[in-house]
Write a protein that binds this ligand. Sequence first.
Ligand SMILES: [Zn+2]
Ligand SMILES: [Zn+2]
Length: 381
Amino acid sequence: MSGLSQTELEKQLIEYRHDFHEYPELANHEFKTTAKIKAILQAWGIKILPTKLKTGVFAEIGLEAKPLIALRADIDALPINEESGVPFSSKTPNIMHACGHDTHIAALLGAAYLLKQEEADLPGRIRLIFQLSEEDQEGALQVIDDGQLTDVQAILGFHNAPQHEVGTIGIKAGITSGAIDKFKVTLQGVGTHASAPQNGKDPIVALGAEITALQTIVSRNLDPFATGVLSITHVNAGNTWNVLPEQAFFEGTVRTANKEVRQQIKQRFFETVEYTAKAQQVSAEIDWYDGDPSVDNDAKLTALVQEETEKFAPTYVQQPKLGSDDFACYQALIPGVYVNIGNGGSASAHNPHFTADDKLIIVGAQFFEKNARRWLAELAD
Ligand SMILES: [Zn+2]
Ligand SMILES: [Zn+2]
């Protein structure tokens, strides 16, 4: 492998990024993206690991068996029609890298190149995870099921951040994103004539009581300093003016910042729905979906990242948000750190005008490379 200068490598990574951007693919359909990543890594002599997954690439660098750490980039795009106006805009209508995962791919490729050149000196192994399907919150779980996290001691990832100066790195220990849970509830009553409610059990009045009662969980049960929100976003019942229906339905979501509050809201949700239904003489069927947990950065590893990153890039304190990233699924199993890297763009992620400055790519590559070396050195001691 011929040694590229940093300028040459950056130029190459930007070309790769523009190509990924022009040909975006949706979650679980990242076939061409997968083939391209594999081809680039193979051309650099990097070992590709076997996988049962149809998309995503797993590779490894390093000759010493232990320690083993992982670097993760997500690779999928979104069903959005690009309106950014950049010269390398999506060539596929209605699909766009509007979350900047194309920059994550390019940065991890850059790190792979740099680390491969240092392979003989690395005191351990680095697993590269080019993760499929982040946007539909399935990819990390598929990667874990596929065994790609086996023996990995720590994991590092980043997301590009609009509204932050390009190349500045946002770091924070502890929780930086929300856990996302979802619920659906069906209330079963007894239908009757609207003029004779005494002959039925009205699920619509019960629905109203449920909505009111559920709003007391955050306002009356949570510590006012705790973070949580419960939103009912869709209700449905009945279909005409003179019939009290058999059923009423509602669904919505709960977002929380820590495990205890998450558990507390879930418990109170079940109690409230069931007892309110009982009081209204209807029955309730609850479907609860535990979504991704919070991104929760390991304190010790975050301190190392802070120290190492400050040596080459300006840093800032990352503000927690209730949005999510399925990187959190890895952190539920092993310690990890997930940071933000400013992308210099103004439109938010998932917006058709979203842009990310190419300059963040080489910073992302260095961020991965330098911190991977540091973690290996610390863990090897
Ligand atoms: Zn996204
Ligand atoms: Zn994203």
